[in-house]
Design a protein around this ligand. Structure first.
Ligand SMILES: NC(=O)c1ccc[n+]([C@@H]2O[C@H](COP(=O)([O-])OP(=O)(O)OC[C@H]3O[C@@H](n4cnc5c(N)ncnc54)[C@H](OP(=O)(O)O)[C@@H]3O)[C@@H](O)[C@H]2O)c1
Length: 251
């Protein structure tokens, strides 16, 4: 049976890598992001049937376009990867509130809306997977980006616990630092993260898809971050709030 996956934020970084690995697993694809040219270029490269769905997910029209595609029972989507995201670079007291709203929506409301659109069909078919790309930051009191990521972690755990019995898995993927366009787009130099702190995108994506197949609610990607994660609650909030990307997130 032909399986299909919809990936948000597929024009770059982790999303493009999700598309490549899912295509290698034989999935047909629906690629969502704002940059239609980059989506088409990726679709041309992939050896599977690929739809391109350009959409700004922070606009009502763009979000409802993606939601409608997920609800289309004639072309079912078996796996939804909620991956699109960006971070506001400025410290909270100095950021532009409209940027905060767009970030919060893209990281928290958009995954909820799209999961809500995908779930009924998945339940009716008795199978499906939703992979929410969160962040290890979602376990840290380190700013509004972290706060939005913590919401999607909680949502994933709650939905996985509730819909597991219906054959639907919802997994939150928690990467550490990954070299993508993310930090460039924030205007943060990658040099603020020591080389040993980076996980490669292919490992992060493989860990996420593996956890989804294993029906897990949450996975921390990369063995180094898995080792470090249990120590996080031992670190005082004020210490955590003082670190981050050169002090830019959560300052
Ligand atoms: N890189 C890291 O260190 C890291 C660590 C932990 C978690 N994450 C999370 O991983 C996910 C992927 O990020 P990445 O590292 O791959 O960053 P990236 O290379 O900057 O890619 C971000 C993707 O999101 C899309 N996007 C941004 N705004 C959008 C919008 N309004 N509507 C639709 N698509 C939008 C971008 O495409 P367009 O510009 O074409 O719209 C792009 O495809 C994010 O949720 C991020 O928070 C990243």
């Amino acid at each position: 049976m032909q399986m299909r996956a919809l990936v948000t934020g597929a024009s770059a970084g982790l999303g493009a890598e999700f598309a490549r690995q899912l295509a290698a697993d034989g999935f047909s694809l629906v690629l969502v992001a704002r940059d239609a040219d980059r989506l088409r270029a990726l679709a041309d490269e992939l050896p599977v049937e690929t739809e391109v769905l350009p959409a700004d997910l922070t606009s009502d029209a763009g979000l409802e376009l993606a939601a409608a595609r997920l609800g289309d029972a004639s072309r079912p989507v078996d796996v939804l990867v909620n991956n699109a995201g960006f971070a506001v670079a400025e410290p909270f007291h100095a950021s532009v509130i409209e940027d905060e709203r767009r970030m919060h929506e893209l990281l928290s409301w958009v995954p909820l809306r799209l999961a809500h659109a995908a779930l009924p069909g998945m339940r009716a078919r008795g199978r499906g997977g939703i992979l929410n790309v969160a962040s290890l930051a979602g376990r840290l009191p380190s700013g509004s980006y972290a706060a939005a990521k913590s919401q999607v972690i909680t949502l994933s755990r709650a939905l996985n616990a509730r819909y597991h019995r219906d054959g639907v898995t919802v997994t939150a993927l928690l990467p550490g630092f990954v070299p993508t366009e993310f930090h460039d787009r924030m205007g943060v130099s990658p040099d603020v993260v020591p080389r040993a702190g980076w996980s490669d995108a292919s490992t992060v994506v493989r860990d996420g898809l593996h956890a989804l197949r294993r029906r897990r609610g949450v996975v921390v990607s990369d063995w180094r971050y898995r080792l470090a994660a249990p120590l996080i609650p031992l670190v005082p909030d004020r210490v955590i709030a003082g670190v981050g990307l050169g002090g830019r997130i959560g300052r």
